[in-house]
Ligand binder design. Structure first.
Ligand code: COA
Length: 90
């Protein structure tokens, strides 16, 4: 988690694995745990994630973690977003 805004309760999520560790669900497992801490423990309202449009593995992980496409930047970068669950009270 980076680019944390403690006033607005938002942050960006990023993940990077050694190539030998890919394909086992480790990034998804870690991402789920971090999202749980962000939303349930820290009361965050939103997590953002930026991804190159050709990075299929990263996009697949983002979707596995419940992120949906929010916007596309002029250079093609995909902006994804996951909001706190409805009814969540920070
Ligand atoms: C992006 C990145 C972290 C994705 O790694 P990953 O291992 O594919 O991600 P996940 O943890 O979501 O794992 C999913 C894979 O594990 C498999 N898997 C096995 N057990 C699993 C489990 N229990 N849960 C989920 N997936 C599981 C899935 O089938 C999938 O494999 P597949 O794509 O061959 O079908 C990795 O490719 C990477 O580090 N890339 C370089 C850095 C990068 O691009 N970072 C993102 C910048 S935006």
């Amino acid at each position: 988690m980076h680019t944390i805004d403690w006033d607005r309760h938002t942050a960006e999520l990023g993940y990077w694995l050694d190539s030998r560790a890919a394909g086992h669900g480790f990034a998804s497992e870690a991402g789920r745990a971090i999202a749980q801490v962000a939303f349930e423990l820290l009361g965050f309202a939103r997590l953002d994630l930026r991804c190159h449009p050709d990075n299929a593995r990263s996009l697949a992980t983002a979707h596995r973690l419940g992120f949906t496409v929010h916007d596309r930047e002029p250079d093609g970068t995909v902006d994804l977003r996951r909001l706190a669950a409805p009814g969540h009270c920070p």
